[in-house]
Structures are given as structure tokens and as C-alpha cells.
Design a protein around this ligand. Structure first.
Ligand code: PEP
Ligand code: MN
Length: 334
């Protein structure tokens, strides 16, 4: 980190500022120019509040040279992290498909979809029990009953389950869940991130609707700082000025995240596009871009789905998608 001092700052002011930096365990490197003094700070500057420094009357500007995320940073962990979900590995060359309905609606729905996606090659079952809906009048999910049905689907198929947690108070209900999903709307719910960080369960962290890649990684850092390193990052599209699609899938986020972090990266082409016919091409593009997995919404009767029917594909369409994804993977690994 570099701090540029204002002109006319005295020697005493400079040295007391440097002493303060040293009390924070940082090494200080001063370079005095004809008009300006620059202080280089070496060490763990992640805990420094830039706003506080910039507010000091003797400082003109502050610039971070390295990223503020440490645990998630590839610089300090060169190898890919592999998240192991009861034997289902993701990351570091292990590719997985997470599939299932937006919401759990009934026992027959979740079992039918779970059995079908398993047959097509999905290795994890998704399904929302607690749903973050834009309108309070929309279906809010079957909640605790939805979790029970997901566990039943796991018992019948063996597929580990991924489901969204929205409220810290619901955590005891998630005892038997395999992967806790933190949805786009809660990506910056820092108290929730700290709590899932205290669990020993893998977390699927989705990018917020209007969040940068850096903010996404800082949210991963929150979970890691609380002790949980098993994080799968999910790109699910961001809000732009485009209106033909529900969101804009930021595919460059995949190689960018791989460069910045060692955590596995999956892509959700369903929420990214909002339209079922766009799911397959975007899934293939995501795989070609190097995604470690996909999260796809699959419904046995999309027209009557209680949530996100327009972007849900049928089990038959998922079967075709899975086949095409396999072919893309063969090409990129040949
Ligand atoms: C979901 O996966 O069901 C969901 C609500 O996604 P997102 O948080 O990305 O909108
Ligand atoms: Mn959905």
C-alpha cells in the first residue's frame, strides 16, 4: 500500500505517522521527492481502513497495490482448492453439475427431477426451500418442509443437496444439508457470511446482482476469515442496462476469478439469462471458459413451476445439455 503525503508535512508529522504504521506490524519505506513524500507500507495491510487514512489532514491519497483479500487469494495459495462434498469433488480439474428446480414444490416434483438429473450426470441436487422473492405475495418456498423433501430426495438418489440459507436463525434446520447456498441478494449480508463461516459445511456463494468481482471475493474472505475454507464461487449474471436478458452473464469473470483465487468457480446460466432457450448455449460457453461446474434449474413441468419457470429447462433438455457439455469438456481437455 502506498500513502502520498500532502506538501508541507513536517518531519515530526511524517515520523509519528510512520511510528503508528509500525505499531500495526507494518514495515515502512519512505521516499522523499522534491515536492512529495511517499510512504510505502509492506506487510498485511488488509486491516487498514483506507477511508480513515484518506481522512487524515496530512495524507493526500492512498492506493492499495495488492488485493485486500488474503485467504481467497491465489498469490498465497497457488494450487486450486478442491471442495469435497461427501466424496463429490469440485475444483482442481473436478467438474460437477448441480441441477434441480428453483424451488422444492412437492415430493413427487423433487424426486422426479432428482432421479432424472442424476441419470443425465448431475452429481448434486439443487432446490430452494427458503426463497428470496422480489414480491412478498409470491411463493416463498415450502421452508422446513422443503428441506425434509430435499433430504428424502437425497435418500432416494444419493445426490448431496444444495439449498439456500437466508436467515441465521434457520441454521439449525440446515444441520443435514450438504452445501449451504448464499444467494445473490445476501452476498453482502456480512453477519450471515460470518455465521456460515463458523460452520464446517461447504458454501456456494453467488455473486450479487450489482457486485464487482472484488466484492464477491471479499465476501468469500468473510467466510474464510471465520474459519470455513470450503467455498464454491458462483457467477450468476449481473444487472446491466440490457433488458432482453434477465441479467448479463459475465463470462470473463470465470478466467478472472481463476486468476485471482484458488477457489472453484461455477456458473449458473439459468439466473444469468432468465430464458430456458439461452441456458444451453451459455452453459457450453461457461464450460469452454473453464468453469469448474454448472448450476442449472431443471423442472419437470416448467410451465406450471411456482418459481422461475421461464428459465427452467426440462429433464430432457438437461440430458441434451449434459451431453453437449461433456463434448465441450473433451475438446478443451484434449
Ligand atoms: C437461486 O439459485 O434459486 C437463486 C435465488 O439465485 P440468485 O440468488 O442467484 O438469484
Ligand atoms: Mn431460481
Amino acid at each position: 500500500m502506498i500513502a502520498v503525503l500532502r506538501q508541507g508535512v513536517s518531519q515530526e508529522q511524517t515520523s509519528s505517522l510512520c511510528d503508528w504504521f509500525k505499531t500495526m506490524g507494518l514495515q515502512v519505506h519512505i521516499s522523499e521527492g522534491e515536492y512529495q513524500t511517499i510512504i510505502g507500507l509492506i506487510g498485511d495491510t488488509s486491516k487498514i481502513d483506507i477511508g480513515l487514512l484518506e481522512g487524515l489532514s496530512i495524507i493526500e491519497s492512498v492506493k492499495r497495490i495488492s488485493e485486500p483479500f488474503k485467504s481467497a487469494n491465489r498469490k498465497f495459495h497457488a494450487d486450486d482448492s478442491v471442495v469435497d462434498i461427501n466424496g463429490v469433488k469440485i475444483g482442481g480439474g473436478h467438474f460437477q453439475m448441480i441441477a434441480g428446480p428453483c424451488s422444492v414444490e412437492s415430493e413427487s416434483q423433487i424426486i422426479t427431477v432428482a432421479e432424472a438429473v442424476k441419470k443425465s450426470g448431475a452429481s448434486l441436487l439443487r432446490g430452494g426451500a427458503f426463497k428470496p422473492r422480489t414480491s412478498p405475495y409470491d411463493f416463498q418456498g415450502l421452508q422446513a418442509e422443503g428441506l425434509t423433501l430435499l433430504l428424502e430426495a437425497r435418500r432416494r438418489t444419493g445426490l448431496p443437496i444444495v439449498t439456500e440459507l437466508m436467515n441465521v436463525n434457520h441454521l439449525p434446520l440446515f444441520e443435514d444439508v450438504d452445501v449451504i447456498q448464499i444467494g445473490a441478494r445476501n452476498m453482502q449480508n456480512f453477519e450471515l457470511l460470518k455465521e456460515v463461516g463458523k460452520t464446517n459445511k461447504p458454501v456456494l456463494l453467488k455473486r450479487g446482482l450489482a457486485n464487482t468481482i472484488k466484492e464477491l471475493l471479499m465476501s468469500a474472505e468473510y467466510i474464510m476469515a471465520s474459519g470455513n475454507e470450503q467455498i464454491i464461487i458462483c457467477e450468476r449474471g449481473i444487472r446491466t442496462f440490457e433488458t432482453y436478458t434477465r441479467n448479463t452473464l459475465d463470462l470473463s469473470a470465470v478466467p478472472m476469478l481463476h486468476r485471482l483465487t484458488h477457489l472453484p468457480v461455477v456458473v449458473d446460466p439459468s439466473h444469468a439469462t432468465g430464458m430456458s432457450w439461452l441456458v444451453e448455449p451459455m452453459a457450453m460457453a461457461a464450460v469452454a471458459a473453464g468453469a469448474d461446474g454448472l448450476m442449472v434449474e431443471v423442472h419437470n413441468d416448467p410451465e406450471h413451476a411456482l418459481c422461475d419457470g421461464a428459465q427452467s429447462i426440462t429433464p430432457e433438455q438437461f440430458d441434451r445439455l449434459a451431453e453437449r457439455v461433456r463434448k465441450i469438456r473433451e475438446v478443451i481437455h484434449s
